[in-house]
Design a protein around this ligand. Sequence first.
Ligand code: FAD
Length: 480
Amino acid sequence: TSALVWFRRDLRCFDHAALYQALRFADRVYCAFVFDTDILNALPERRDRRVEFIHASLGELDGALHALSLAAGGQGSGILVRHGRAVDCIVQLARNLGVSQVFTNRDYEPAAIERDRQVAARLAANGIALADFKDQVIFERGEVLTQSGKPFSVFTPYRNAWLKKLDDFQLQPYPIAKYAARLAPKPLGEVLPALSSIGFEATDLAMLPLPTGMRGGKQLFKDFCTRMEGYRQARDFPARKGVSYLSVHLRFGTVSVRELAAHAHRRGGEGAATWLSELIWRDFYHMILWHHPHVAEHAFRPDHEHIVWDDAPELFAAWCEARTGYPLVDAAMRQLHQTGYMHNRLRMVVASFLTKSLGIDWHLGERHFARHLNDYDLAANNGGWQWAASTGCDAQPWFRIFNPVTQSRNFDPQGRFIRRYLPELARVPDRFIHAPAAMGTADQAAAGVHIGVDYPAPVVDHTRARQRTLMRFSFATAKN
Ligand code: FAD
């Protein structure tokens, strides 16, 4: 029997559920990836770091599958790459290769669920089955429920139930190498298409500290293991190297979440436990999206659908273009555009600033992040935005409004992060770095910054903005 493994957000060939199941089931196993035009055509630009990250990771995966097969006594293998609509490409490949089953790892996004439903139906019409497996999370869908059998909507009890349910079985890796001789050789003429032949151009990815593929994921994880102990203390300070930077690898499955969670769980200690909690947040938001797919478009809480946001295109442009006059917000937005990454503390700060200081609809910010984040993930991004906007499950209470200057003083006390991304403020003294507009003309001259010329004055007065937000929310919630 032959089988086909359809890779999507799981670009690795170790500890891989669908690949393992296929190798157990069939004696000839093909591997494939589709550059799905339904996804690619919707991207606004032809230079996209994520497409390049996938492309580079596929190159590595191709060679790794080949080496795995040879090492197990097989005839070599690799990945078959197509460019087109997934539903057409997978059905055509499965038919041409004569497989009886297609294996894949489950995706929980509404559009992916619909795509998979269509693929399954088209395959079934050809007498081919589609089998899907849990792989990208530790616990999925209805696996962790409240005592009354309902999905959780609050994180802490979810985390407690998650930890209680965790056992060695969940964390066990799928042994691939043992069966790798069953990987089928690639048909003649199968080569990885160039980035340009799928309509994309190279980006600055190679210049960023973001190594691609399984090797890149391993390298970042190894580095983080030397720092994991201090994660709890360091993780909130964007100027410090406190976090793992593994989000892109988790997004594209070049690391195994089981391996990461198993390491943190077995290691124990405060840093590892806090980091494991972050992985649980990831499961939590995937679970929320699966049970409540309406969150992809709407507020989680129906009563918060009635919030009337401001229509303020100029303020939105200032936020996007790092011109708000609040240095921490502007530095964070520059980090996003220059690297495709933004530190978690800063994601919270800029999301709160957009929704509660500028009064702008969170959907706009969510879309901006979706366009620019290398690690963009619908479940986590939507969860993060709805948390900050107070429209989500277990969200920040609406009357808690981050003060961007206080956040800056607390989490970037010497302005090291600010100065890294806003070199125009490099010479501003520490006491003004969080609010440079407070400098008098003599201080501005000494620092070489003329407020309003070299760096903008604040686009809103935070105290007034805060009052408006409190009114906006009390009005919206009182209506219900
Ligand atoms: P670490 O601190 O090292 O955390 C390890 C991993 O845990 C992360 O890689 C991520 O997979 C997971 N994780 C951490 N925090 C969260 C969280 N709050 N929710 C879900 N998973 C989490 N994360 C994304 O992966 N993609 C997104 O599109 C995304 N958008 C966000 C938008 C907003 C407004 C906010 C507030 C948060 C968002 N996050 C998103 C969550 C978080 O900011 C990033 O996962 C984190 O900054 C990635 O850096 P890291 O890998 O160094 O994180």
